[in-house]
Design a protein around this ligand. Structure first.
Ligand code: ARG
Length: 564
């Protein structure tokens, strides 16, 4: 039931005017009621002073069950909704729809492509890619909840001159055994070695050699491609370990290499449309009118670029998925890159350039040197997640050593804490890692929300069989119960808001608010030991909160263990 609409209908009937002309408001001040109707606009129709109209209207109104009282304040008729009826409306919706509560079909028939994670292969998966991965995954789940068809794309950085360098490095300083044994670590070692050697001995021409190998890759040379494929497979294996830990999946692993044979046609199109210009031997699209540096399409040596592949990928995705929105998750420092090539798409005459959206985020920083680093100052994602699990294990040993299945819970809570921490603030803010803060069971954290969910589960376990028929909702008229109901009622709107703003933090913060309100409710109201009708009504809140917290966490990519 939509209270606002029901009230508008009542007023329309009493005043004998069309319901569309009745604008019901929600007063900012709770003391003015839950809803209010200002009578100023009716003054012209009735040729009376607005306060008088309010008075007469209030007398004529059929007061239905759900209205507890009416008050006239000046020209306003204020409506106070019966709390039990409100609680009933909200709770029956949650209890009936269960995990579907919050779902919508607003996105039906629409496709959203989400380009996220997208690490560069042959390089360790470091914490910088965490944000793209978890924000992208949350936006994927949130859009799906709203009925959109989503395509999650991992646009791997798996093409470019750096792989020519890696081949040269492997041929000079690598060995099959070492690469097989140490994987990406070894690839990284020889890659760094390449740079050191190339700098120290420019006379060796290593850079030129590397460019040659990349040209060979582009031309389909067998040896070049089989080495590249080997490095690729090793990288994917390592990445998938991390994705498994995070519970993240993709619909397509179409990285930059995928576009190797598709770029010629795009370059030809740019040429045909008169957009390509030569500049110092390279081919560019001039963006002076847009106040941006030119977008580089082909390098002097014939090599294509990051932007060339992004333009090609966008055209491919439009053709393949016919998306309504294509969103890209990267750090803020790629703003210019996206602005430039989006503009190239615009200049090509595609008005869907408006549907390309760069969703930037801030950096990750570490609050102290406590995070272990295996590699210079690069923090590996896997190490970070393992450390989170280890820290959580310690807390569990201390707080609940008899917990069943401790290892699974440590994983779900440790990794959940990392994800939640990342999604808690607006994405543009930098994320700081501090174990103490992230794992604080009383803070605004993942473990806090998970713990609240587990508490709800525990109450329900102790309650035994709970009937949800004929609930005495009037027992939920206290402020703490009402506050929980109001937050539950807002949950579906928050999901929509998060999608509209491409901002998972809207959901994250709402979950903290629900958890806090629920804990206050739990603190203020005895549940299991209260008299049967009250006990049942309060348990209905517990059931509803359990459902919504679990579903909300799922949208963020976080598990909700039943015990912790
Ligand atoms: N591989 C890039 C990086 O690590 C991110 C790619 C983002 N996606 C895109 N379509 N450009 O910085």
């Amino acid at each position: 039931m939509d209270f606002k609409i029901e009230i508008a209908k009542l007023i329309a009937a009493a005043a004998d005017i069309p319901v569309e002309e009745v604008a019901v408001e929600v007063p900012a001040n709770k003391a003015m009621g839950d809803f209010a109707f200002p009578c100023f606009r009716l003054a012209k129709v009735f040729r009376k002073a607005p306060p008088l109209i309010a008075q007469e209207l209030a007398e004529k109104l059929e007061k239905p069950e759900f209205i507890e009282k009416l008050e006239i304040v000046g020209a306003y008729v204020n409506f106070f909704v019966r709390k039990g009826v409100y609680a009933k409306e909200v709770l029956t919706a949650v209890l009936q729809q269960k995990e579907n509560y919050g779902k919508s079909d607003m996105g039906k028939g629409k496709t959203v492509v989400i380009d996220y994670s997208s690490p560069n292969i042959a390089k360790p998966f470091h914490v910088g890619h965490l944000r793209s991965t978890v924000i992208g995954n949350a936006l994927y789940q949130i859009h799906r909840e709203l009925g959109y068809h989503c395509e999650g794309v991992n646009h791997l950085g798996d093409w470019g001159t750096q792989f020519g360098k890696l081949i040269v490095a492997y041929k000079n300083w690598g060995s099959r055994e070492a690469v097989e044994r140490d994987g990406i670590q070894e690839l990284m070692r020889i890659y760094v070695k390449f740079h050191d050697e190339a700098e120290a001995h420019p006379e060796l021409g290593l850079e030129d050699e590397a460019r040659l190998w990349f040209v060979k890759m582009q031309e389909g040379d067998e040896e070049a491609l089989s080495l590249w494929k080997w490095f690729y497979d090793i990288s994917i294996q390592e990445f998938e370990r991390v994705y498994d830990m995070l519970g993240v999946k993709f619909d397509a692993y179409t990285g930059e290499s995928f576009y190797n044979d598709k770029m010629d046609a795009v370059v030809a199109e740019l040429q045909e449309k008169g957009l390509l210009q030569e500049s110092e031997g390279a081919m560019i699209v001039d963006l002076e009118e847009e106040n941006m540096p030119p977008c580089l399409i082909i390098r002097k040596d014939g090599g294509t670029l990051y932007a060339t592949r992004d333009i090609t990928a966008a055209l491919y995705r439009k053709k393949t998925y016919d998306f309504d929105k294509c969103i890209y998750l990267t750090a803020l420092d790629q703003n210019l890159h996206f602005a430039q090539w989006f503009e190239v798409i615009h200049k090509m005459g595609y008005d869907w350039y408006r549907d390309l959206i760069h969703v930037p985020f801030g950096l990750v920083s570490l609050d102290s040197g406590k995070l272990s680093t295996r590699h210079g100052n690069v923090v590996l994602m896997e190490d970070l997640l393992n450390q989170a699990i280890g820290e959580t294990r310690k807390i569990i040993e201390e707080k609940n050593p008899d917990l069943q299945d401790k290892e699974t819970v440590a994983k779900q809570v440790g990794i959940g804490a990392v994800i939640f921490n990342d999604l808690y603030n607006t994405r543009i803010k930098d994320v700081v890692f501090s174990w103490e803060r992230m794992l604080n069971f009383d803070g605004e954290t993942g473990p806090y929300v998970q713990y609240t969910h587990a508490r709800a589960c525990s109450i329900l376990r102790r309650a035994g069989e709970v009937s949800l028929e004929n609930i005495a909702y009037d027992a939920l008229s206290d402020e703490a119960s009402m506050d929980v109901c109001k937050l539950l009622e807002a949950f579906p709107e928050k999901i929509k808001d998060a999608a509209a703003k491409l901002e998972p933090s809207v959901v994250t913060r709402h979950l903290v608010a629900i958890a806090q309100a629920f804990n206050k409710f739990y603190h203020d109201n005895p549940i299991l030991n209260s008299e049967p009708a009250v006990r049942q009504a309060r348990l209905a809140i517990v059931v509803a909160v359990e459902i919504v917290l679990k579903e909300g966490l799922r949208l963020l990519g976080i598990h909700a263990p039943k015990q912790m």
